[in-house]
Design a protein around this ligand. Structure first.
Ligand SMILES: C[S@@+](CC[C@H](N)C(=O)[O-])C[C@H]1O[C@@H](n2cnc3c(N)ncnc32)[C@H](O)[C@@H]1O
Length: 298
């Protein structure tokens, strides 16, 4: 298995690039690239970073949240914006996408403009744990798997509840292990994403989201497909041939090819151990009894 540059990465905190202005490609040294987290690399290579479940999950959530042009959605950790853009294209809803990474946000806005939904999508820098929006601003909050990257998850969840209108919906797609990972694998993922994760299992997320004012309306469970290493290599090659990356100095390009491919091969192995759930929760008023006689699809 590939091991992720253990010598160079000394801290699990986001590196300074996570919050700086858009990157100057000509000035990127191999050393700077070598210490970038995967989330920073997404903005640099302009990857179409999807939530777990990809287009199917986005489609399912658009349906299950009854999105239409009258609805306003907040997407947490939008990265390069694909979910926000798809939701706007599919349903005509308005979407605000937030992230802490400005490079990804710049790419998101350009994509939305190219896809002719720039007027429906707004992207801005904001933190899931301290949202800058007034109470009860949104019909839907979409948080993909982003909550797992946030150190103070309880605070993030409280923020999602605060900015949702009464009766508003929270769509979450938490990822979890369905096969126990080795300590080495978890440690390599920590270094790649610069987050001090502890392995989460399905029940951990069910307990986390089962908290007032949220009530679970629906849940579907999935596992990731296993992929051959060659498929991942071919995907990386295509991404790294993008015209804008050709202006990188040659050694920086080599460093980028190495680390991006290394991370994607690591995720291939990690995701073969993982599943995810699409969850729709409602911000419920206190005057409704808990659902007692629950059921399971057979
Ligand atoms: C893997 S990416 C995108 C995931 C994808 N949009 C999804 O729905 O699962 C995770 C993103 O979350 C962002 N992020 C991490 N911590 C955050 C925080 N506290 N507030 C907002 N965004 C955050 C990262 O910068 C990154 O762009």
């Amino acid at each position: 298995m590939h091991s992720v540059n253990p010598k160079k990465i000394t801290s699990l905190e986001p590196s300074s690039n996570d919050t700086t202005s858009p990157l100057d490609l000509y000035a990127l040294s191999p050393e700077t690239i070598g210490i970038m987290s995967y989330n920073e690399l997404i903005g640099l290579v302009r990857e179409t970073n999807r939530p777990p479940g990809g287009s199917n999950a986005i489609m399912e959530i658009a349906h299950q949240c009854f999105l239409n042009p009258s609805k306003t959605v907040l997407e947490i950790g939008t990265s390069t914006g694909i979910t926000a853009i798809e939701l706007a294209q599919l349903t005509g809803c308005k979407v605000v996408g937030i992230d802490i990474n400005e490079n990804s946000l710049a790419e998101a806005q350009e994509r939305a403009n190219r896809k002719k939904v720039g007027h429906l999508c707004t992207f801005q820098k904001d933190d899931a744990t301290a949202l800058s929006f007034p109470d009860e601003s949104f019909d839907v909050v979409f948080c993909g798997n982003v909550t797992s990257l946030v150190s103070n998850r309880d605070k993030a969840l409280a923020e999602y509840a605060r900015v949702l209108k009464p009766g508003g919906l929270l769509a979450a797609i938490p990822m979890y292990y369905i096969k126990e990972p080795s300590d080495q694998l978890v440690d390599d993922v920590r270094k790649a994403i610069r987050v001090n994760i502890t392995p989460q299992y399905r029940q951990d997320w069910e307990v986390f989201f089962k908290i007032s004012p949220f009530v679970t309306l629906s849940q579907s469970n999935f596992c990731f497909d296993e992929l051959p290493a060659a498929t991942v290599d071919a995907f990386c090659k295509t991404i790294l041939e993008r015209p804008h990356l050709q202006s990188l100095p040659v050694h920086s390009r080599e460093a980028l090819n190495k680390i991006y491919t290394q991370y994607m091969q690591l995720f291939r192995i990690n995701l073969a151990h993982m599943g995810f759930s699409t969850l729709i929760l409602r911000k419920e008023s206190a005057d409704i009894d808990a659902e007692l006689f629950t059921s399971t699809k057979i």
